[in-house]
Design a protein around this ligand. Structure first.
Ligand SMILES: Nc1nc2c(ncn2[C@@H]2O[C@H](COP(=O)(O)OP(=O)(O)OP(=O)(O)O)[C@@H](O)[C@H]2O)c(=O)[nH]1
Ligand SMILES: [Mg+2]
Length: 414
């Protein structure tokens, strides 16, 4: 409950009088009751979402709570369920409601200043207080927007892409993670030609995992199209699992780090782009360790431990399952960091709609500062606009509230 105008009675979900029938669940009983009800004048089955729509119009839920309820119905993982429940309980709506209340105060003060300052009926420093409050709110909105899209990502699923050279074991990795043969695995290089997608639950977080065509020089136009799609996926990915055949690593362990960073560059950054942005979103998977001697495994591990400027790396055998627990643990850690803990800290915005309105809200607050010393009416318009955008997120915009505050906060004529 977020404190926005609430209808207290009746205490039903919709805020309307309602009647519930608790009956035996057999199909014949249900159809008999439905038939009897259907014969009453004015009684009809509800439409999809009609109860929630009525609850919204009755002020029982705001739009963010309605959206939370929708997300709860569609939640497929624990973390999605927690985020949806928190939003449904009104945490996000409450945050925007509090911001709206602060803006209403600011607007009331500016409007009172415009109306009464010439008569010297207004206390000194009112506008300075508004300046401070608007700046503070602007900072909070911008911080809320700089959330790394965690809430939206948790809602839609983390995009994880498996990429690498042909035959490295990309499709094998997909199958191991899904525990079923989703993609074709074969010793023929260039087996996977298109993107193969599947949904996974990793530690309670939703993941959309994509296997892609192996990257190599080839004259085959179909395979080249597959590689273009693979690169496109890597660019859009939240996390790329770069997999390579560990038997291709140099035998001299001093060459391992250089080999890996060269490999990453040619694979991920064929245009010679700055690796600063791409590498933090990578996890290196050195596959086929079953084909290495114990000595080679140990040498590779220590070379990785000493290497600098490389993304985290895991040694794995898709064939024997060696190293799988460590790899899944590292993957879970990345995915969790990308989604954040839905229960800790401020609630996350979860929809592109929220983001668009919040960005416009921040711009409108900047308008206040821009016009503050030039034209106070235009500055006030900025605050009003910011308020409208917040109101659009929660579905409530009210002019009456502004008037209430004007008379409550100011002792006019004092
Ligand atoms: N020994 C061993 N062989 C493996 C391992 N993982 C995969 N392979 C084999 O390597 C070959 C290629 O595996 P895939 O999973 O098809 O490789 P890919 O990267 O998807 O290949 P493309 O789709 O052609 O790009 C197959 O014969 C697999 O059985 C592993 O851990 N150990
Ligand atoms: Mg494949």
């Amino acid at each position: 409950m977020n404190g926005i105008q609430r209808v207290e009675c009746p205490h039903s979900f919709t805020g309307e009088d309602s009647v519930e029938f608790h009956i035996h669940g057999g199909p014949a009983v249900i159809s008999g009751v439905l038939q009897a009800l259907g014969s009453l004048p004015g009684v009809r089955p509800s439409e999809a979402g009609e109860f929630t729509r009525r609850a919204f119009h009755a002020g029982k839920l705001d739009l963010t709570e309605v959206e939370g309820l929708g997300d709860l119905i569609h939640a497929e993982t624990q973390a999605q369920r927690r985020q949806a429940l928190r939003q449904m309980a009104g945490d996000l709506g409450q945050l925007y409601h509090d911001w709206s209340q602060r803006l209403i105060r600011c607007l009331a003060h500016v409007e009172a200043f415009i109306d009464f300052s010439e008569d010297e009926l207004i206390e000194d420093g009112v506008l300075d207080q508004v300046d401070g409050a608007v700046s503070q709110l602007q900072t909070e909105v911008e911080r809320h927007l700089r959330d790394g899209r965690r809430g939206e990502r948790l809602r839609h699923g983390v995009q994880v892409v498996i990429a690498g050279a042909t035959n490295a074991g990309k499709s094998s990795l997909l199958n191991v993670l899904c525990q079923r043969p989703v993609a074709i695995v074969s010793p023929v290089a260039g087996t996977t030609r298109d993107v193969v997608e599947t949904h996974l639950d990793i530690g309670g977080f939703p993941v959309l995992l994509s296997d892609t065509a192996g990257l190599r020089d080839t004259p085959d136009s179909v395979e080249r199209e597959g590689m273009r799609r693979a690169r496109e996926r890597v660019e859009q990915a939240d996390l790329t699992l770069v997999i390579l055949d560990s038997t291709h690593l140099p035998t001299d362990r001093r060459g391992v780090a250089g080999f890996l960073s060269g490999h990453l560059r040619t694979l991920l950054l064929p245009g010679g782009e700055d690796p600063g942005a791409a590498l933090p979103r990578c996890l290196l998977v050195l596959n086929k360790t079953d084909l290495l001697t114990a000595e080679q495994v140990a040498g590779t591990q220590s070379a990785l431990g000493e290497a600098e400027g490389l993304p985290p790396a895991c040694l794995l055998s898709c064939q024997t399952g060696d190293g799988l627990d460590d790899f899944v643990g590292a993957l879970r850690k990345h995915v969790k960091a990308l989604c954040g803990d839905p229960l800790s800290g401020a609630p996350s915005l979860t929809q592109a709609r929220h983001r668009a309105h919040l960005q416009q809200c921040a711009q409108a607050l900047a308008q206040y500062h821009r016009y503050r010393d030039l034209d106070l009416a235009l500055a006030a318009e900025g605050v009003r606009l910011a308020l409208t955008h917040l109101g659009r997120i929660t579905g409530r915009v009210g002019a009456e509230e502004i008037l209430d505050v004007i008379f409550r906060d100011f002792c006019i004529g004092k």
